[in-house]
Design a protein around this ligand. Structure first.
Ligand SMILES: [Zn+2]
Ligand SMILES: [Zn+2]
Ligand SMILES: [Zn+2]
Length: 124
């Protein structure tokens, strides 16, 4: 009985599940910034939640206006209104997915997910 290894408790299992959940959650997945400045790829690793700040401070993507901006992501160089750049990068380059907290279905846009929640999971 003394030699039996019983260190792996239910609490440990719960922790492992939590880690797996975080890892599989695209909001927590580490991403790499491939924005090109003067021929140099940024290559910075970031969490999804940090990305808007990074784009703003490191690459000067500022504000939600209609001024046109070129997406400098590797091999992209698409011109678009500045207000669309964040969404464009999320969808085209990061392949960000929003997961319904109720049924785990995945969506590419928050408003699609919100519509889904309103239609399928609303209480009334
Ligand atoms: Zn960057
Ligand atoms: Zn792009
Ligand atoms: Zn759902």
């Amino acid at each position: 009985m003394a030699s039996y290894n019983y260190n792996f408790s239910a609490e440990d299992a719960a922790k492992l599940c939590e880690l797996a959940r975080i890892k599989n959650n695209p909001q927590h997945r580490p991403y790499v910034c491939l924005w090109v400045t003067n021929g140099v790829v940024c290559n910075l690793h970031f969490q999804a939640s940090e990305f808007p700040d990074h784009l703003r401070s490191a690459h000067g993507v500022v504000g939600a206006d209609k001024a046109s901006l070129t997406c400098c992501w590797v091999n992209c160089f698409t011109e678009m209104p500045k207000e669309s750049v964040m969404r464009h990068i999320n969808e085209k380059h990061l392949e960000w997915r929003y997961t319904c907290p109720t049924c785990n279905e995945q969506f590419t846009r928050t408003y699609t997910m919100q519509n889904h929640i309103a239609r399928k999971h609303s209480g009334n």
